[in-house]
Design a protein around this ligand. Sequence first.
Ligand SMILES: Cc1cc2nc3c(=O)[nH]c(=O)nc-3n(C[C@H](O)[C@H](O)[C@H](O)COP(=O)(O)O)c2cc1C
Length: 327
Amino acid sequence: MTKMRSQLLPLLNKRFFKFVPEAFLERGGGYFYKLYSMLPASRPRIHSECNLTLGDWVLDTPVGLSSGWADTVDKMSIAHKLGARFVTSKTITLNPRRGNPRPRIIRGERFLINSMGLPNPGVKAWIRLLEQNPPTFPWIQSIFGQSVREYIALIELLEPLVKIFELNFSCPNTEHDLPDIETAIRQIRDITSITDKPVFVKLSPSNTPKGNKKIAEKTQEHIEGLVLINTIPVQHPRLGNYSKRGGLSGDIVFPELLKHLKEVRSSFPTFNDLPIIATGGINSPRRAYIVKRDYDSIVSTITGFLQQGPRIFDLLSLGLTHACKKD
Ligand SMILES: Cc1cc2nc3c(=O)[nH]c(=O)nc-3n(C[C@H](O)[C@H](O)[C@H](O)COP(=O)(O)O)c2cc1C
């Protein structure tokens, strides 16, 4: 029995995830992973000695799950058990959202396109979940508001239960356009002024790398750090929404992530200057190694998890052990 989980792990490989239905990816295999995470792990976790801080937490292996999969507290806890050292919640909004019409996930060999549209239970139901089952591991609360006022309302409601916020200034799948750079700067300052909690801001690759760097420069006093990057806006004829718009993620977006990391790190060279959580096609030890060694960033993924399964966290941890090896 104790060996079962590590015996199953190699079976959960790229080939397996190539054949699971897109509906499994959309629902994220919640029950499957719940059962799987209940099997005792017989192999110790891989630990690096990177020691990056996330709010009050020190992560010796700074690898996590990006926002999008964990739309219940139970799923956040499953992701943690499966190897994510920190978990970012699904983006939560003031009111419940059903999201966009299906199909809303398209899968390719090296990418996913999603047009989920932030389906979530709304902040009141989410608070009930957090109160019933408060997370005991490092986690980040992602939120999206349609206005500064909505963001402030979300923070006021969630603040007693949350240690770190992530403002989703980057979702391509809502009916609202992204704010331009100057507006984003103003809004981020206004929103962060009402809380003492650390706030990360998640930015879009629709902004130029210089635009995202400017946001960091002009808000650095107000924020804890950045999350780079959200999905790249694209169109696909099979998506169920009227405009056929969705967001591209996974393997092929890695070069785009590097462009943004490079530009922002040109003004903030180290993690201590500006913490960055990097997500965008980080799906191998080599890529985790590059992101840590060259850009001193925390490593995070969701498409890697959806397309390669929970072993992704071991793979990325392995890259980090090399990046942080003491000579
Ligand atoms: C199915 C799916 C749902 C997502 N939902 C969210 C979300 O709710 N909030 C958010 O900020 N980003 C969301 N994202 C974007 C990811 O968090 C991440 O920024 C992006 O996919 C790039 O990283 P990756 O290549 O590792 O997936 C979602 C991505 C996917 C694939």
